[in-house]
Design a protein around this ligand. Structure first.
Ligand SMILES: [Zn+2]
Length: 425
């Protein structure tokens, strides 16, 4: 009797298993040669190399901001002072002022504004995707990234006359910390002799020289840090590769030349031609045009570029909080650096052009029904660490599609020990 009962139970169990079990498998790809090449019927033609260099390729996707993770720029602050320490902020007050200066400038990064020029424009407003981090260099970790220097020869800023030194890099060379990887902001008072002259304008001024920025008029005017947020963002804009818009060809079509009005007035031309762009001299300096945002992002994505060296290397570690899930049809142009794993869901389709850095230990999962196409794509880790490659999932007859073409390549992926078919319920 027991045997019959056991037999019946076993048959029911096997029948249940037969209905409930769908074979799933995962194929790990570590080399594009394991993939099929796209066929001529596979939609659109290749985009060509300009997709990797066009400014438009570096605009944020406002529906999927996570597809271009936030960038973080290292900055530090130096207060230049006379030996009697009377010409600039000191100690705790200085450190507080430095933090306020960065926090206030960041507020403008967090809230990009509509361009005021050209009049009646419909230029879209894209989010600015970088922030500042007060940062010490290697070996200086204990520092607050705010420094005080007392030097009667180098403390001051002179923008006119025979002692003019605004283009001199002496102070940057002497006191710069981590100039290869940190934007160094030098707060320099105007020279006391200049201030005595009735014709010398003691206003805020700045100049960017490589990764060093000299800012003046901050202590002498006794204005709050808030008053200088535009100046800080303008000068760092230069460090990031932006040029003035009012009188030069800055490489952008959406930043028209203009009379460089400080503010809107009742009289022409400043009644209608006042700019609020970051890279003009005006009271606001709070609008980044799409082209300027694309230009900065492109510079930050260029592997061998100077600007990229100023970034915190988020691409050197995996942050699962920043995993990306693709659920619709997406095309990635322009290079990018991801911080998390990438999954293409059952309804998703992703075409990748150009360079994509995958974080260490990360993987790309292409789920059953999803599609991934590599078009002259280079998938790697920008830190030179290993990541795990592409997993092609299938369930029963439903498979994922992964194709490649052109010079696509997977780098920094160790070769798979074995292909891993599995039988999972
Ligand atoms: Zn400038």
């Amino acid at each position: 009797m027991w045997r019959i009962k056991h037999l019946i139970f076993s048959i029911i169990f096997i029948a249940f298993l037969g209905i409930g079990c769908i074979q799933q498998s995962i194929l790990q790809i570590t080399d594009v040669k394991q993939l099929e090449i796209t066929s001529p019927t596979d939609e659109v033609s290749r985009g060509g190399s300009s997709l990797c260099s066009d400014i438009e390729s570096y605009l944020p996707d406002t529906n999927h901001l996570d597809h271009r993770p936030m960038r973080y720029l290292r900055v530090n602050v130096h207060f230049m002072n006379s030996s009697d320490s009377t010409k600039n902020y000191n100690g705790a007050r200085g450190r507080k002022y430095a933090r306020e200066l960065i926090d206030e400038a960041t507020k403008n990064l967090e809230q990009n504004r509509k361009m005021s020029l050209p009049t009646g424009n419909s230029t879209p407003v894209y989010p600015v995707r970088y922030r500042y981090v007060l940062s010490s260099s290697q070996g200086y970790e204990q520092d607050s990234a705010v420094y005080f220097h007392y030097d009667d020869d180098l403390f001051s800023f002179v923008s006119r006359g025979k002692n003019r030194n605004n283009y001199s890099r002496d102070v940057i060379r002497t006191y710069g910390v981590g100039l290869d990887s940190i934007i160094n902001l030098f707060i320099m008072p105007h020279h006391p002799d200049s201030i005595l002259s009735e014709t010398y304008d003691v206003t805020s001024a700045g100049i960017a020289l490589g990764s060093g920025v000299k800012l003046s008029g901050i202590f002498e005017t006794r204005k709050s840090a808030r008053s200088f947020k535009g100046l800080v963002n303008h000068e760092i804009g230069h460090v990031l590769g932006l040029r003035h818009t009012w009188n030069t060809n800055d490489g952008c079509d959406d930043t028209p030349k203009n009379p460089n009005c400080w503010n809107t007035t009742d009289d022409p031309p400043c009644d209608t031609m006042a700019s609020n762009n970051l890279m003009d001299y005006n009271a606001h300096q709070h609008a980044w045009s799409p082209c300027q945002i694309g230009m900065i992002n492109r510079a930050m994505s260029r592997e061998s570029g100077r600007v990229r060296k100023m970034l915190v290397e988020k691409w050197c570690s995996l942050d699962p909080e920043q995993n990306i899930l693709i659920e619709d049809s997406i095309v990635w142009n322009g290079s990018r650096d991801l911080n998390g794993n990438l999954t293409i869901g059952p309804t998703g389709s992703l075409i990748i052009h150009c360079r994509v850095s995958m974080p260490p230990e990360s993987e790309i999962n292409v789920l059953p029904g999803a599609k991934l196409v590599l078009r002259d794509a280079r998938l790697h880790n920008a830190c030179g660490k290993e990541w795990k490659g592409i997993n092609i999932h299938s369930r029963g007859k439903l498979a994922a599609t992964v194709l490649y073409e052109g010079s696509s390549i997977l780098e920094n992926v160790p070769s798979a020990e074995s292909v891993l078919p599995s039988d999972v319920e």
